[in-house]
Design a protein around this ligand. Structure first.
Ligand SMILES: [Zn+2]
Length: 210
């Protein structure tokens, strides 16, 4: 599938195109700003556009600063499973939580701006479920109601919020694809490879094109 194959049953889901995830931001994804203008152009091809916005209260449980003695990018056990600790980012009402200016045309086209991560005790990488994997955001119901059958995911960061959203789209019965030229990754090192390698194995197993 490529941009010329878009149908009226497709939705473009633009994940977290925010200042804090771009170079100079609090949780910068390398080269993240480079995808913003192309995403704005791409959105014009879709009848349905959804934008997600990471939107944390100050002191959110996913922030390393909320855990004494812990550093960003370490992991902790939460009641709902393992959680990466992040630098403070996308705090509600701060400039870093704003959308990148180059993606403004896509935000203007969006039928829905979905905020996530606003509950203090659970993070939400996915646009469909919080990280407890049971609390829904309402996105699946919205997409079904407007007749969407396939979701195309772009935005930041590829190996966390974009990929988790695509995996959950499949769980919810939608076809799903990630257009990787419109994404950038954090690529945290793991014991073997990086978070990109780990998540791509899951994407392939779920039948998600990327
Ligand atoms: Zn976040």
């Amino acid at each position: 599938m490529n941009p010329s194959d878009v149908t009226p049953a497709d939705a473009l889901v633009i994940v977290d195109p925010q200042i804090d995830f771009c170079p100079g931001g609090r949780l910068a994804v390398a080269d993240g700003n480079a995808v913003m203008a192309p995403i704005a152009d791409l959105a014009a091809r879709f009848a349905h556009v959804v934008v997600t916005q990471d939107w944390h209260p100050a002191g959110h449980s996913s922030f390393a600063s909320s855990h004494a003695g812990r550093q960003p990018f370490e992991t902790v056990r939460m009641p709902y499973g393992e959680q990466v600790l992040w630098p403070d980012h996308c705090v509600q009402g701060t400039p870093g939580a704003d959308f990148h200016p180059a993606v403004a045309a896509a935000v203007a086209r969006a039928g829905l701006i979905l905020r996530k991560g606003q509950h203090r005790h659970v993070d939400s990488y996915s646009a469909f479920f919080e990280n407890d994997k049971t609390t829904r955001t309402g996105l699946a119901g919205y997409l079904r109601d407007i007749g969407v059958r396939r979701c195309v995911f772009v935005g930041l960061a590829y190996d966390f919020c974009v990929a988790w959203s695509a995996l959950d789209a499949r769980r919810e019965g939608f076809a799903a694809a990630i257009w990787t030229p419109y994404t950038r990754a954090i690529a945290m090192p793991l014991a073997q490879g990086t978070t990109v390698d780990a998540i791509e194995a899951q994407l392939a197993a779920a039948g998600i094109a990327f």
